[in-house]
Ligand binder design. Structure first.
Ligand SMILES: [Zn+2]
Ligand SMILES: [Zn+2]
Length: 174
């Protein structure tokens, strides 16, 4: 099972454009298995990955970039010849996020697939490349522990443990 942090390989130094970037290949290659696993995960929880939910998740897996609700609408429309209403997309995203299958990137107001199947209270760090738009999700137990100590010290109860870093990815920086 993939763990956050071990699912992305930056050793491939091919040019980082939207077609050949390793982020994208990585994501697309993972899609068929991820969709199947997502569907099984929902079943064991007594939930349903309906055709629309599945298409939306597939749209998120079709790119390594976070997608806005409107970009998801376009991607799904290209795929099923039907334009979904924004409210449907948001409702679907709520479901996918609640199931741990996707995340919302607050700083981009956009959504991204989560292939990590981590615990809901894991600390998740997004490294967002401002050059190619690629996003990598990583995690660290030590960081989680440090954050827990810090928030406890302040009597703060975090509901969402997501950190978004903006910068340059290994490809673009090479
Ligand atoms: Zn995740
Ligand atoms: Zn980049």
């Amino acid at each position: 099972m993939a763990r956050p942090g071990d699912h992305h390989d930056h050793t491939d130094q091919t040019a980082c454009d939207s077609q050949v970037c390793a982020h994208a290949q990585d994501h697309a290659a993972r899609a068929p298995l991820a969709l199947q696993q997502a569907s099984e995960l929902c079943k064991t929880r007594g939930e349903r990955l309906t055709p629309i939910r599945k298409r939306v998740l597939a749209a998120l897996y079709s790119t390594h970039k976070p997608l806005s609700a409107y970009e998801v609408i376009d991607a799904v429309a290209a795929d099923m010849d039907k334009k979904l209403a924004p409210v449907t997309i948001y409702r679907t995203m709520d479901f996918l996020i609640a199931q741990g299958l996707a995340h919302r990137l607050e700083s981009r107001n956009a959504f991204i697939a989560c292939p990590a199947y981590h615990a809901p209270d894991d600390v998740v760090v997004f490294m967002i490349c401002e050059s190619c738009g690629g996003v990598d999700e990583v995690s660290s137990d030590r960081l989680g522990q440090a954050l827990q100590d810090l928030t406890r010290q302040h009597g703060f109860k975090p509901q969402l443990r997501i950190i978004e870093l903006a910068g340059t990815c290994a490809h673009c920086g090479a």
